[in-house]
Design a binder for this molecule. Sequence first.
Ligand code: KG4
Ligand code: ZN
Length: 346
Amino acid sequence: MLILAIESSCDETAAAVVRDGREILSSIISSQIELHKPFGGVVPEIASREHLDKIEPIVSEALKIAEVTLDQIDAVAVTQGPGLIGSLLVGVCYAKALAFGRDLPIVGINHIEGHFYSVVFENPPIEFPALALIVSGGHTNLFYVPEEGKYKVVSRTRDDAAGEAFDKVAKMIGLGYPGGPEIEKLALEGNAKAVRFTRPKISDGRPDFSFSGLKTAVLKHLKTIGNTSSADLAASFQHAVVSQLIDTTGKVAKELRPKTLIVAGGVACNLALREAAETLANELSIPVYFPSKHLSTDNAAMIAAAAYPKLLRGETAPLSMTADITLRLQNFENEDFRRSNVRYRL
Ligand code: KG4
Ligand code: ZN
């Protein structure tokens, strides 16, 4: 089965052709990083205009590199949400037009589920139940995945996403955008023990994450103490993020006893996070799967991989489907947040 997938949820226009959900025939990514750099973050209006310019050439290139024509494509997959509305709509409208024009089935994919599937290309098959830490610029969640296609959020961030914290702290210490890779590079020259940041306290005892206090602590440090080198600050900040992510993952894993640990999303590029996840997986005697660098940040191959089992189950979308910026990924043992007084920025 040949799937043509499209991803345009944030600042990457991407298209891919994937065979049977596992074999990447092409994966083309047009990054807008250079356009957003002067602003220190993604400007939604610039992003959607750029997607509009790039979607056609990127899809054509994906077909060309895969050496297939549209006649050979069996289904279209597209990121439906969450993301920026103007960005998502470009991919969704293009994919729907293709599906309508070619009379092809279409599958709408949750971007976060895409990140989960980014590990399937270069690792052995996932053994369920799995525990997946999805860490990107927009999301920081821990999912319990009892079987293929079932997700329960067991941990989430109360405020910033981990990648967002990397980006903001990088800006504070005068580094470029996106901040994650810049902090990682600078941290190599620093001492991770130079500054001891306190752990956030989650008063209701849920295994949740929080990064906004850490961000404020870095700012305070810069303003008042000032004599720590920025390399030491970067290393200490990175250490604080990684240890919060891994300690919570470890605590949850000991309770839920998954058979596979998955770490995916843009922040999964970070080597300190990978090393800490490997140490944890060794302790738990389970394998940990990461995507390669190309598949860690936003791409369309992961969207095709997530669409494949849905197509096998016949879960296609009607042409009335549309972008959904608040799309959730939870369909198993849903909690009722209306009854709790905790506010999440999901
Ligand atoms: O998955 P992604 O491409 O987009 C979203 O879905 O958000 O993730 C982008 C995020 C950015 O915040 C970026 O700073 C972070 O991933 N990132 C990293 C690294 N590479 C990218 N964070 C830490 N270390 C890295 N090496
Ligand atoms: Zn992403």
